[in-house]
Design a protein around this ligand. Sequence first.
Ligand code: DP6
Length: 325
Amino acid sequence: MKATAKAPANIAFIKYWGKKDEVLRLPENGSLSMNLSHLWSKTTVEFSAKYKEDEIFINAEKEAGEESRVVKHLGRVRELAKLTYRAKVVSQNNFPLGTGLASSASGFSALTLAAAASAGLKLSEKELSILARQGSGSACRSIPDGFVEWLDGETSDSSYSLSLYPPNYWQISDVVALVSQTRKKISSTQGQRQAKTSPFKAARISAITEKIKTLKKALKMRNFPLFGQIVESEALELHAICLTSQPPLIYWEPPTLAIIKAVQQWREKGLESYFTIDAGPAVHLICQTQDEQAIVKKLKKIKGMSKIVVNRPAVGARIIDKHLF
Ligand code: DP6
């Protein structure tokens, strides 16, 4: 009854920022993302009669509380499998938590796959995605491979992710510039609640279907400049919503802005990359893989950089043999 899964974080090109159903985590709009090869979580789950309560260890730290999101997620798996056993969960990330690097995406997708396997459930990719979504919305995009679309859906059964293209479809990279390793104060769950108060929210929602269509077209044509421009304007739109929410959410740090400015200058000189930023100060630079090393070299010269992680498009969540306990 022990199973282990490895799952990638993902970077959203079209963002999920607001829920139409908070309990089911149904998003207000569909989104698009790419799985990241070098940011991942590994999770081992064992359901067994020997555990009196759910025991959860994340990066070697014990997580407390019956109400934790992980315990709730184990409850969903128990219900599906008609199981009463408690579980032990050990999870490891290869990157710092809560820095806006989609740790909940890799964490909850790895947890979903490992827990389902440990409980003996045989679920399809779609069913796994639906289950992962209920733990953390963005996690449903880390189940399928490569370039992924999350269909917003009106019901739980119609809100899931699917692979648009495999990882080798397009040689692009995501160079992640970490500028601060401190844990953010406002979670993305809370930030999304506040988004409702932004006067720009309605404008965003009214134009999003068209934006998704154009981005999918750019992806289909592998038109990098068109793709990059949409990705960048989408990131700025997300942060415009954050800045104009009540209370305002300012995720950026001074190096975040320094990188934004630098990217524009590099482009003027012929080095092409486009930035995107999630709910944190880290900047993701999307470039063609041939330019990856030139970008890394330039980034290193910017003040305030704490770590650079180079990612290629990756497969989704997978069962692996090596257990963590
Ligand atoms: C800015 O998936 O972390 O990264 O469903 O409340 O857990 P919850 O939210 P979460 O939100 C991710 C927000 C984002 C954009 C994105 O990944 O689409």
